[in-house]
Ligand binder design. Sequence first.
Ligand code: AMP
Ligand code: GLY
Length: 421
Amino acid sequence: MKVLLIGSGGREHALAWKLRQSARLTALYAAPGNPGIAEEATLVALDTDNHDAVIAFCQDTGIDFVVVGPEAPLVAGLADRLRAEGIAVFGPSKAAAQLEGSKGFTKDICARYNIPTGAYRRFSEAGAARAYVEQQGAPIVIKADGLAAGKGVTVAMTVAEALAAIDDCFAGAFGAAGAEVVVEAFLDGEEASFFCLTDGKTALPLASAQDHKRVGDGDTGPNTGGMGAYSPAPVMSEAMVARTMAEIIEPTIRGMAESGHPFSGVLFAGLMITAKGPELIEYNVRFGDPECQVLMMRLKSDLLPILHAAATGRLSEVSAEWREEAALTVVVASKGYPGSYDKGLPIAALPADTDSSKVFHAGTALKDGQLVATGGRVLNVTAMGADVASARNAAYDAVAAVRFDNGFTRSDIGWRALNRT
Ligand code: AMP
Ligand code: GLY
């Protein structure tokens, strides 16, 4: 099978690395890719916003299957265009991608199918939203409805903070994404990331994972895209997985099918495990980044036939096997992230990959032959071990061999899992 992978981050490097090992692969292309992905795939300088160009490349090259990494091309309808041309694609239609593209859409599905989630209201103007917040009190959560690159959410501990967030949204801080605002009850508990492949009918839960969203040790400071992750996540016990499937994932898949927009691809549920059980914080329509990196390290099965089965309505024919070992990844970020940071600074040295450790490139480029940092999240230093503690030790040993003066990491990835044992 000739495969085109869309994307350029650490998630896509992990997917490329795993796809490359497939017995079914004959050629792997990636657009636009990065220097890490270039070790696994032939990079193609395609503008992935230009769907005509993507389709022309697929037709000219005889691509059999497209795997879409990030959400933006899905929300923009790339999967629909590819399917219309008869090209198999891993990733949902534009209509089904609304599960990530519109928080209000997801909340309405939760309400219709009785899926546990924080109580909420949708607003299209500030006055009514402010009045609702005054009445509900704090803590409370304010969310821009649309895609805001992970920045549209304010967990407000005071009413004043919540009112300011509402005003920011309606003043255009998140552009069109903030034209509508969701105000949601604050959920208290431990977060977990839950991933489930689906072809629209069948659901295949993947191994559990957890990431660390806050930039600072002890889960402090501003939210980021994720500063590290590990798998398995002890909070997702077998019973919790069963409840998540029955109470959240299965009704969603059924609901999307009933609405005429079946969801195929990977459904990523951001969960809060509260005293009542799993509650949905949000859906994403793609793999988590950096959760994907630890899942790919632990996946024993060939990834390609599994993704292809999800894309072509045959998911009931496949299964996924996982290594017993734990995997943990530490994000090396540019100083200043998630605020502004310098770009183009050199990465002087990386640890050599081993059978049980691997550096995935997230935001890197080659400039005159020198590896440089181009993103907020630059590298994902990933390792396996007998348990989370040994995976963590191996990952931090590898981090110590990274020479990137403008970089920083959290020093406590995995602490919640380690505190349990
Ligand atoms: P989201 O973009 O919806 O995943 O939100 C970003 C982060 O905000 C989540 O990972 C949580 O840490 C936090 N968050 C979102 N919604 C809630 C909520 N209802 N209660 C508590 N924390 C929340
Ligand atoms: N790490 C969380 C995300 O990918 O949204």
